[in-house]
Design a protein around this ligand. Structure first.
Ligand code: ADP
Length: 266
C-alpha cells in the first residue's frame, strides 16, 4: 500500500482537516516485477549473439585493412564501437534486472572502510597515473566497521571513481572520505571535474539518464545500479555538485551491529 497525507487549511492558515490516501499498488508492483523479468530474459538471450557479432567484427578489423578501402574500415570501426556499447548496456541491464527481481544474493560481512577504499584504489592505480590525476584516500582507521557485501560496495565505489576519472581534467583531483553520522557511515567520492547541471542532479540516478548523450560507450545505467545496491544495504545515495567546480557523490552504509551477520536477497 502507498500511504499519503495532505493537510487542508483555510486562508488564515488554520488546518481544518487532513486527507488520507491509501492506495493499493499490488498490481503496479506486479507489473514492475514482470517488466524486470522480461528485461532480464531479453538481455540474457542477447548476450550470445552479441558476443559472436563482436568477435566477427574484431577479426575483420584485424585482417581486412589489406583489402578494404579506408571508408569501409571506418564503417567497420563504427560498428565495433556500437557493438561494444550494446555489450555494456546488455550487461548492465542484466545486472539491474537481477537486482530488481531479487536474483542477487547479498553476503553481508563486517568490513573496515579502509579495506573498501584500498580495493577501489587498487582497481584504478593504472588509470590514475595514466591521466595524471591524484587520488587521495582519507585516513579512516578510527571508524567502526560497516555491515556490507564487500564486492557490491566496492562495485559502487569503483563506479563512482570511474565516473569521477572521466569528468576530471588531466592533473585533477579525486578524494575518497568517510565519516560517521549516527549509526551510518557516509562514504564520499569527491572530484574537481566538470560538475553536473542542477536539473540533472536527482535525475542521473534514474535508468538511461546521461547529461551528455553524445558520449560513446556510456549507457546511463551505472548510477541506477549503484542506487539499487545502496538501497539493498538500507542506505541512500545523492550528489552535491557545482557546475565547473566538481561533484561529491555520497552514499550511506550501516555501522556493523553486534550479532548475526545478515544474508539477504535483493
Ligand atoms: P554512465 O554509465 O553512462 O556513465 P552513470 O549512471 O554512471 O552512467 O552516470 C549518469 C550521468 O551522470 C553521466 O552520463 C554523466 O553525465 C553524469 N555524471 C556521473 N558522474 C559524474 C561526475 N563525477 N561528474 C560529472 N558528471 C557525472
Amino acid at each position: 500500500f502507498l500511504f499519503s497525507a495532505t493537510a487542508i487549511g483555510r486562508r488564515d492558515h488554520n488546518i481544518t482537516g487532513v486527507v488520507l490516501l491509501l492506495k493499493d499498488i499490488t498490481q503496479l508492483r506486479e507489473l514492475e516485477r514482470l517488466k524486470s523479468e522480461f528485461v532480464m530474459a531479453a538481455s540474457h538471450e542477447l548476450r550470445t549473439p552479441l558476443t559472436s557479432i563482436s568477435m566477427s567484427i574484431d577479426l575483420l578489423l584485424e585482417h581486412a585493412s589489406q583489402f578494404l578501402p579506408e571508408k569501409e574500415m571506418d564503417l567497420l570501426q563504427a560498428a565495433h564501437d556500437e557493438v561494444h556499447r550494446m555489450k555494456i548496456m546488455v550487461h548492465d541491464l542484466l545486472d539491474l534486472s537481477k537486482i530488481e527481481t531479487g536474483r542477487i544474493e547479498l553476503e553481508f560481512e563486517y568490513v573496515p572502510v579502509a579495506t573498501l577504499f584500498e580495493h577501489a584504489r587498487g582497481i584504478f592505480k593504472g588509470q590514475v597515473s595514466m591521466k595524471e590525476v591524484s587520488l587521495t584516500v582519507d585516513n579512516v582507521e578510527n571508524l567502526p566497521l560497516v555491515q556490507a557485501d564487500t564486492n557490491k560496495i566496492v562495485w559502487v565505489l569503483s563506479n563512482l571513481v570511474s565516473n569521477a576519472l572521466r569528468y576530471v581534467e588531466e592533473g585533477g583531483h579525486i578524494r575518497l572520505s568517510a565519516e560517521r553520522v549516527s549509526n551510518h557511515i557516509h562514504i564520499s567520492v569527491q572530484d574537481d571535474g566538470t560538475g553536473i547541471p542542477p536539473e540533472y542532479q536527482t535525475r542521473i540516478f534514474q535508468k538511461f539518464v546521461r547529461v551528455n548523450t553524445q558520449e560513446i560507450g556510456r549507457t546511463g545505467l551505472g548510477l541506477a545500479i549503484c542506487k539499487e545496491i545502496v538501497r539493498a544495504h538500507g542506505g541512500t545515495i545523492w550528489v552535491e555538485s557545482d557546475q565547473g567546480k566538481g561533484s561529491v557523490f555520497t552514499f550511506t552504509v550501516p555501522v556493523a551491529e553486534r550479532g548475526e551477520r545478515r544474508r539477504t536477497t535483493i
